[in-house]
Design a protein around this ligand. Sequence first.
Ligand code: IVH
Length: 391
Amino acid sequence: MDEKKRYEDIIRILDEYSYEYYVMDNPTVEDAEYDKLMQELLQIEEKHPDWVTNDSPSMRVGGEVLEGFEKVEHKIPMLSLANAFNEQDLLDFDRRIREKVGEDREYMCELKIDGLAVSLAYENGRYNRGATRGDGSVGEDITANLRTIRSIPMKLKQPFSIEVRGEAYMPKRSFVKLNEKREEDGLPQFANPRNAAAGSLRQLDTKIAASRNLDIFLYAVADFGEMGVSRHSDGLDKLTELGLRTNKERRVCKTMDEVFQYIEEWTQKRETLDYDIDGIVIKLNDLAQQEEMGARIKTPRWSIAYKFPAEEVETKLEGIELNVGRTGVVTPTAVLDPVQLAGTTVSRASLHNEDLIHERDIRVGDTVVVEKSRRHHSRNHSKHSRKTYGE
Ligand code: IVH
């Protein structure tokens, strides 16, 4: 039998299995079946190293060690979103839209994934380049690290040349495992899944990135118009058809009441997800109406991000005050650069006792994490500068 053909067939079958498993969350074969084919693939590749291309499923495990990250220019800038913090901000957003496009409008509500914005370029259906957002105009080339994300197809189901955008993230389960492992190895902990994901994609050794079990949700195309759709929701369906992983918890809402209902639901349910979300993104669904609304310099006028009240924020430690209580016990208090936390302004937090300060090596000038205290136990804690986290 023609070995080259067998080789190509195996790649096609493995890609299909991966699509079912990682994109559709619906495995159709036993792991053993997958592993068997993978072994056969590796054997053929050993015999014919010249056949191996970057598209091969065997390339998912990394191996390449980079010297640095090249700059990538985003021809269509990667915008960010204006924030809304309450119902009024959202009603104002809706009013601005109705004033411009009329009453006939609908919104797509999506989860706001707390990860890292990335852009994936496909050339005739083939994965060509992956980049970070950077400042929105220029990002970094992380093609090799993104290739290790199993749910990113190396080949689309149709030969489109498109640039898709989305959020790379570390699932909570991977995050907990990673920190457990780091603890065992005596390495510093990552503060949260977002920092861990960012640290992983910045690895020059692609094997390390591969070991971090990252994932991705795609939520936009640089230019949706290229795909022949007229609504954002159809664009997302189209991305799914092409083999790209989208978040299925999205919902089209026809009224602001439906939008508020969606927000309320996910404010309750967010803990049940295996990934962090920090809010809800609301997008005007009709692409022609989006165009009509236009954009500010950095943010579109057709979309807004409702942010959940933060339960944990970073700020600067301005000083440490020592207070002597009636019983003579000295309690240190952190004096903070004031920040919004869970709807109030926080400028001071208890540091409990001196031991804690030494244990965590807390120093004035550090970037610290302030966490809302849970129930009656004050669990405000501080951490040493996060800049030192990662490798
Ligand atoms: S849309 C032009 N949708 O939130 C619109 N962004 O503050 C571009 N994000 O930079 C963004 N989930 O990194 C969009 N479902 C979602 C998102 C999402 C997370 C991030 C993204 C963006 C930031 C905006």
